[in-house]
Design a binder for this molecule. Structure first.
Ligand code: AMP
Length: 114
C-alpha cells in the first residue's frame, strides 16, 4: 500500500465516501466535515501541492477546478455560493501532502479566513 494516504484512497486501498471517480481524479467526502458539503477533489497522480500540480500538469489542474465546480453544482450549493480551498505548507495547515481541493458549501463562510 502507498505511504501516501490520498494515493491509497485513490487506489481503493483505504475506503472513502467517494462521490466521483474518473481516469485522473477522485472526489470523496472529508472525514471531518467543516460544512454541510465538504468534499476533497484529488488527482490520482501524486503531486505534493497546488504549485507542484500546476508546474507538473497544468491541464490536470484545470480539470480538477472544473470538477470542483460540478460537485458544487450537483450538490445544489452553486447558486448560494461555495468555497474551494487548497492549503499549501505548514502556515496554511496542510496536513496531507498530496494536493487536494476542499469544496465547501451549504453555509456562509467568513472572510478573511482564520
Ligand atoms: P489539509 O489539512 O488541507 O491537508 O486537509 C486534509 C483533509 O483531509 C482534512 O480536512 C482531513 O479531515 C481530511 N482527511 C484526512 N484523512 C481522511 C480520510 N481518511 N478520508 C477523508 N478525509 C480525510
Amino acid at each position: 500500500m502507498s505511504e501516501c494516504l490520498f494515493c491509497a484512497i485513490a487506489a481503493g486501498d483505504i475506503p472513502a465516501d467517494v462521490v466521483h471517480s474518473d481516469d485522473d481524479a477522485v472526489a470523496f467526502r472529508d472525514i471531518a466535515p467543516q460544512a454541510p458539503l465538504h468534499v476533497l477533489v484529488i488527482p490520482r497522480a501524486h503531486h505534493a501541492n497546488a504549485a507542484a500540480l500546476a508546474a507538473e500538469d497544468a491541464a490536470l489542474a484545470g480539470r480538477l477546478m472544473a470538477l470542483a465546480g460540478r460537485i458544487a453544482a450537483d450538490a445544489g450549493v452553486a447558486d448560494d455560493g461555495y468555497r474551494v480551498v487548497t492549503n499549501t505548507g505548514d502556515n496554511a495547515g496542510q496536513s496531507v501532502h498530496h494536493v487536494h481541493f476542499h469544496v465547501l458549501g451549504g453555509r456562509g463562510f467568513a472572510w478573511p479566513p482564520g
